[in-house]
Design a protein around this ligand. Structure first.
Ligand code: GDP
Length: 330
């Protein structure tokens, strides 16, 4: 039987990698895309012809229930979110509605349809916020420090309630930063890979950065979506922390990326005080032991290989004049 998977947020980085994975596994992949976001489907590149797009407002509970009823999915992956965290301060209520509202409406739609649909909720390491234990695992308390993280916590608990109260097969993956050549350039990894490629090709001679001492657990998006899929194939619905377990500083990230093209980063990088963030003092790093043990999941691509892939892809884009095109990645 061909399985049907519904994905919200299909036009984002994770939507791309997850669609690719599911298509390889011969799923019928359907993206739930709001009417005003249809043009972004082109971002899926060659995959756009292989997935189906169902136009629906994620704010409309009746239309979402109809979509679930009509498509009868075996799996739903709720990935939609404003991915750039600092933006959530600008409109906390809109963030809450998109993140928590969409999760709640979809979970209710599954419950009301009485289907055995398996549900994946995209949770985030941001939910841990102000941690006093490192690394974090599935038992670490949430202390969200921004509207995005607070909304994600609410969506997470709504998912847990549907699992406990209504017996839904619902899981959440608490994912740490995961990157790829599809990351938008406002994220630090892609900003650096694009900056390195530009400097190497003589298109610029300087890279302005914020806090070089900030640290993150950076993984590869292609690895992390594999974990999402594995969660929904498990015998029991459970939540998992998904990350590499390795902490690197922005300084290490920069040095590694410049080393990919044999350049000394210290000659090109300047710290721009306006890019420093006032609200970050905590180092989030995963303890992914549970995923390794229960799902046999572990990252396949190292930090160095990830950056080499991103820098190479940006070199290719700049040479071919398609620097803003996210198509055909690997
Ligand atoms: P986040 O984990 O969602 O905040 O992902 P980002 O990629 O935006 O930021 C990762 C870290 O890199 C944060 O601690 C930033 O303070 C730090 N950082 C340092 N310089 C920059 C920069 O120029 N741009 C961005 N986006 N982050 C930077």
């Amino acid at each position: 039987m061909v399985k049907t998977a519904l994905i919200t947020g299909i036009t984002g980085q994770d939507g791309y990698y997850l669609s690719r994975l599911l298509l390889e596994k011969h799923y019928r992949v359907v993206g739930l895309v709001p009417p005003n976001r249809q043009s972004s489907v082109a971002k899926l590149g060659a995959l756009a012809d292989q997935v189906e797009i169902y136009s629906v407002a994620l704010t409309d509970p009746v239309a979402l229930a109809e979509a679930v009823e009509q498509l009868q999915p075996q799996e739903i992956y709720n990935l939609t979110a404003p991915s750039f965290v600092p933006d959530s301060w600008k409109d906390p209520l809109a963030t809450l509605d998109l993140v928590t509202g969409t999760a709640t409406r979809l979970l209710d739609a599954v419950r009301q349809a009485g289907l055995a649909t398996r549900f994946y909720q995209a949770s985030s390491s941001e939910m841990f916020g102000q941690v006093d234990q490192s690394p974090q695992d599935e038992n670490t308390p949430f202390r969200p420090m921004n509207p995005y993280a607070a909304a994600k916590v609410h969506a997470h608990w709504t998912m847990v309630h549907h699992r406990q109260r209504y017996g839904l097969f619902a899981c959440s993956g608490i994912l740490y930063n995961h990157e790829s050549p599809l990351r938008p350039p406002n994220f630090v990894t892609r900003k650096v890979s694009l900056g390195v490629a530009s400097i190497k090709l003589g298109l610029s001679d300087q890279l302005e950065m914020g806090n070089l001492d900030a640290k993150r657990d950076w993984g590869y998006a292609g690895d992390h979506v594999e974990a999402m899929w594995r969660m929904l194939q498990a015998d029991e619905p459970e939540d998992y922390v998904i990350g590499t377990g390795q902490l690197h500083s922005v300084r290490e990230l920069i040095a590694t990326a410049f080393a990919c093209v044999d350049l000394d980063w210290s000659r090109y990088v300047v710290v721009e005080p306006g890019l420093l963030r006032s609200d970050e003092h905590f180092h989030l790093v995963a303890n992914p032991s549970k995923a390794k043990q229960n799902l046999d999941w572990q990252p396949q691509i190292s930090f160095e290989a990830l950056l080499a892939k991103m820098v190479q892809r940006d070199m290719d884009r700049l040479k071919s004049g398609t620097a803003s095109s996210p198509l055909s990645v690997n």
